[in-house]
Design a protein around this ligand. Structure first.
Ligand code: ADP
Ligand code: MG
Length: 572
């Protein structure tokens, strides 16, 4: 490894030369208390910024190594350091100067969730004890002329200060660090307790559920009603750090969330949706925990569907279309919602989360009068109300459903929660009593059983990541779109995708799946589960052949969700 003076003299030498000369700074340099490595140099000032990483010894950092043991503690620590590093950049870097991305320093910016990423890797075993942080730097230039002075300022003034602020126990607030750890560890523990308590989800008293705005996921600060469970649904759990915590336990089975418009129904469901991930302290949803296999389901008209067995919900389509292997380039609201459910079941979900706001009405309900006017023979759809109970009985899959608009669900709900001015009430008994008094004269059209869930095996020829001269061209375009070869994969239907780094990883996981697993003739469920296992074991770095810091681990459901939405997907 070269001394840092070598980097200094190289930059001085290439000052004012053409941008290509920046290639000479590639390599690793000893900065004394850390190693700086320029891993990739951008082609010009407007290209994606250069990839840089820093490495410090765990002992040199001064952090207590016991904080970095494997598993969730490691994830929490890496998450904390990424956030601290991000803040240090904001407080230190002068930022944009020169052309294009000149002068920018940036690290993959996390949202409110704590997930496994590769922006920070902490290795603490017999072979190594290091903390590595990966970020990007826009190498400064005027036009295509290297601005050496500015580059020196970035590498010798700014980055060492940022490293000092984020990677040294002396400058990091150790209490904050511990709070972060403990909060994440508690959440993992809480999620583990759900099944033994027979719960689908848990929402602690005092949780803050509403968000700042539809585009800002931070907690709402003013005029907030903190969450308070009705007494009858209260459950207490004991967590390793927080001790005893009490909140609302949503039991397995069918749960209905009712209440007037604007009374907080969707806000509660969204918090539950996100409860599959841990949250950072201060988020307000730290102790909202949901079965890790929960999937949010919505209608998504226009989506592509490839040979999904939607027959539990839809049969007898016009023109005799097969609904055991239903395919379309342009799904309707109801067929898309049916396919979304069946695909989630195919991947092994245990809990469906459904909001009337984003559902197809004719998929959710069909009342007595309509049953009389349009006979069952002329209606292909069996509404969800006639299947939701059977889904639990036959397959053990629970549902939490927001439904303010129809009382038909009272007959099938195990629990009914009413939101009143953001306060939940247990109205199960009252709903049952009403259901008895106004016995529904609609007919159950769902048959005796839920029906079959059919696994599918993708054809390897479905996957072609090449574009133009490139054999593999895969990228994320925002949170909800993947560019895969010449294909755009639209992910707006996947509500539980929370970071663009997950989206980016999904693109690469599809490629890994296509090349290593799809060729082996195994089902989508098996293949994706194996890919994710491999990823958990080997780390995100296996996904791309060079060092990057912008990937995060997604869930199997979102990976399968992306493959299912590929318009080139063909199933055997
Ligand atoms: P619904 O689905 O019942 O129509 P929403 O969940 O969409 O209602 O909530 C309506 C509004 O109330 C939203 O702007 C939301 O941010 C706000 N809100 C939800 N829960 C709370 C709460 N506990 N305290 C304050 N405001 C809330
Ligand atoms: Mg709503």
């Amino acid at each position: 490894m070269r001394p840092k003076e070598y980097l200094l003299s190289t930059i001085k030498r290439i000052d004012r030369r053409g941008f290509k000369a920046y290639n000479d700074i590639k390599g690793a340099y000893d900065f004394g208390h850390f190693i700086l490595s320029v891993d990739h140099v951008q082609g010009d000032p407007f290209a994606a910024p250069s990839r840089v990483s820093v490495l410090v010894g765990l002992t040199d950092s001064g952090f207590d190594p016991s904080l970095f043991t494997t598993g969730i503690r490691n994830v929490a620590a890496a998450d904390f350091i990424t956030r601290t590093f991000h803040r240090a950049i904001l407080n230190t870097a002068k930022g944009s100067r020169g052309m294009g991305k000149s002068g920018m320093i940036a690290i993959n910016t996390p949202g409110q969730e704590v997930i496994k990423r590769n922006s920070c890797l902490i290795i603490n075993d017999s072979t190594k004890d290091t903390i590595e942080v990966r970020f990007v730097v826009g190498l400064p230039a005027a036009g295509r002329t290297i601005l050496g002075h500015e580059a020196i300022a970035i590498f010798f003034d700014e980055i060492p200060v940022i490293v000092n602020k984020a990677l040294s126990a002396k400058s990091v607030n150790v209490d904050d660090f511990l709070t972060h750890f403990n909060a994440v560890e508690d959440q993992k523990h809480l999620q583990g307790l759900l099944s033994e308590k027979g719960l689908s989800a848990f929402v602690a008293n005092g949780s803050i559920l509403p968000r700042k705005s539809g585009v800002d996921d931070r907690p709402l600060k003013s005029d907030v009603v903190p969450f308070q469970s009705p007494k009858s649904l209260e459950v207490s759990v004991t967590l390793p750090h927080k001790g005893e915590v009490t909140g609302m336990g949503i039991r397995r089975g069918v749960t209905l969330i009712v209440g007037g418009g604007f009374h907080g129904k969707s806000t509660l469901l969204t918090a539950i949706e996100r409860g599959v991930y841990p949250h950072i302290p201060g988020d307000g949803r730290e102790l909202v925990s949901t079965d890790s296999k929960a999937v949010k389901i919505r209608a998504e008209d226009g989506r592509y569907i490839e040979k999904v067995n939607i027959s539990p919900f839809i049969t007898n389509l016009p023109m005799g279309r097969d609904t055991n292997r239903f395919s379309t380039e342009n799904a309707s609201g109801s067929t898309s919602q049916a396919a979304n459910i069946m695909e989630a079941l195919e991947m092994g979900t245990c809990l469906l989360l459904i909001d009337e706001d984003t559902s197809a009405t004719n998929f959710m309900i069909r009342d007595e009068r309509m049953q009389e006017l349009i006979s069952k023979e002329m209606e292909p759809i069996t509404p969800f109300v006639d299947k939701v109970g059977k889904l639990h009985k036959d397959n053990g899959v629970s549902t939490i459903l927001v439904m303010g608009g129809s009382g038909d669900y009272f007959d099938v709900a195990d629990t009914v929660i009413a939101m009143e001015n953001y306060v939940p009430m247990d109205v199960s008994a009252k709903a049952q009593e009403i259901a008895k008094r106004h016995a529904a004269s609609r007919t159950d059209e769902g048959g005796d059983n839920f029906g079959d869930i059919t696994e599918r095996t993708p054809n390897p020829a479905s996957f072609n990541p090449s574009k133009g001269k490139r054999d593999v061209k895969i990228d994320a375009k925002g949170l909800k779109k993947i560019l895969y070869g010449r294909l755009d994969i639209d992910l707006v239907g996947l509500a539980q995708l929370v970071e663009m780094s997950q989206t980016r990883a999904i693109g690469n996981i599809i490629h890994l799946y296509a090349t290593q697993y799809a060729t082996k003739g195994m089902t989508l469920h098996k293949g994706i589960s194996l890919v994710i296992n491999e990823l958990e074991e080997q780390g995100l770095d296996m996904l791309v052949p060079y060092k990057v810091g912008n990937l995060a681990v997604p869930r199997v459901f979102e990976v399968a969700g992306a493959i299912n939405r590929m318009r080139t997907l063909k199933v055997k």
